[in-house]
Design a protein around this ligand. Sequence first.
Ligand SMILES: [Zn+2]
Length: 178
Amino acid sequence: MQEYLTELPTVVWTPQTFKVFEVMQPYFEEVKFSALVTSAKRLPFEQLSIIKYYIRKLKLNFQFLNFTTWQVDSKESLKETLIYCWQMAWSILLDKGIIISPCLKCKKLTEPNKNKIYNQSPHIMGNAFDIGGGLDSNPQREFDFINDIQQKDKFLKEHIIQILLERSNNCVHIGVKV
Ligand SMILES: [Zn+2]
């Protein structure tokens, strides 16, 4: 039997995200709608890889010369306080419109919203998965379809708490109840 809603081999499920995925599958099959889950649970070091990727992409590597050596928990001092070595770069990325979560819960270091505390990604907590993920040119279709089946299905209505069109990643982000 051909599957329509499928996953990349790199996807790491949690029981709560996998259950939602399983309940969604027959709806995709029914209308022969092919879609791909690109990411579910992520670890803090994977979030750091995303930050490093954008440092290169936005040419911030001239400002953060040893960024390739950063670890998730390595720290450095900024004036009198200790910060994570990636914390300033992550703050600057937010200012440049790259909306990503920090590797670990921390404060933003730049204005606007300086000192505001940001939580880890729901992906790190294992409560989210993405469909589309840059391989699909039109995640709007997935977004509409998932909204539609969420309305129809009692389980999905209860367990999907967020459906977000992430234009920068070209994917639909699905937040799942813990
Ligand atoms: Zn996501």
